[in-house]
Design a protein around this ligand. Structure first.
Ligand code: ITT
Length: 203
């Protein structure tokens, strides 16, 4: 896999983009491109996979083939045990299209209303796919962050479901109350990117 021409970060989620740049920028010293850098903001990819892994590959492959860059895609989300793994791959659209982050986490809080703390277990999962269109090679890396769903939202760091997710070892703080550096060191995305770094160093 040849990274010398840089990596296209194929995400329209600003929260993800910030974290990927922060974490990967420290270890992979190549040029990063965003979707706006390559005029790809209106390029739409249907995420119709059943798993995070399928969707990460669908996104990375589609952008890589269309724009000709080695492309990194992240598919991630929240799995709540009491909700049988929902919102899962539907995390971004759990409250319908165009919903705000607060609509997403308030929906989960509502569905868990009255559920005792020991049954509020959940995890964030992230699968990253790095796809090289030149030699048609790709690698995956994965990360998980275990925790529980709070009863009220708290904190303003991060994005998405962060205000209602209490990572193991940090109670009673939600991930949105933690310093971003701490989030990156324990998060599903931080772990997936660390694993990616190890794989790249092996190659
Ligand atoms: P791209 O596909 O353009 O990357 P997206 O937001 O649509 O952006 P996903 O389909 O992977 O991405 O959906 C992931 C959703 O899961 C995301 O929108 C958040 O609601 C949630 N999520 C993922 N990582 C998160 C994190 O670190 N903190 C909070 N919520 C997160």
């Amino acid at each position: 896999m040849n990274l010398s021409r840089g990596i296209l970060l194929a995400t329209s989620n600003k929260g993800k983009l910030k974290e990927i740049r922060q974490i990967l920028g420290e270890v992979v010293h190549v040029q990063f491109y965003t979707l706006s850098d390559v005029n790809a903001e209106n390029f739409d990819v249907e995420e119709n996979g059943k798993t995070f892994k399928e969707n990460a590959l669908i996104k990375a492959k589609a952008y890589a083939e269309k724009f000709g860059f080695v492309t990194l895609a992240d598919d991630s989300g929240l799995e709540v045990d009491y909700l049988k793994g929902a919102p899962g791959v539907k995390s971004a659209r759990y409250a319908g299209t165009g919903a705000k982050d607060s609509d997403l986490y308030n929906k989960v809080l509502k569905e868990l209303k009255g559920v005792p703390s020991e049954k509020r277990t959940a995890r964030f999962k992230c699968v990253i796919c790095l796809y090289d269109p030149e030699d048609v090679s790709y690698i995956f890396s994965e990360g998980v962050c275990e925790g529980v769903i709070s009863t009220i939202p708290a904190g303003s760091n991060g994005f998405g479901y962060d205000p209602v997710f209490i990572p193991d070892g940090f109670a009673p703080k939600t991930i949105a109350e933690l310093d971003p550096k701490i989030k990156n060191s324990i998060s599903h995305r931080g772990r997936a990117l660390e694993a990616l770094k190890s794989k790249l160093l092996q190659n």
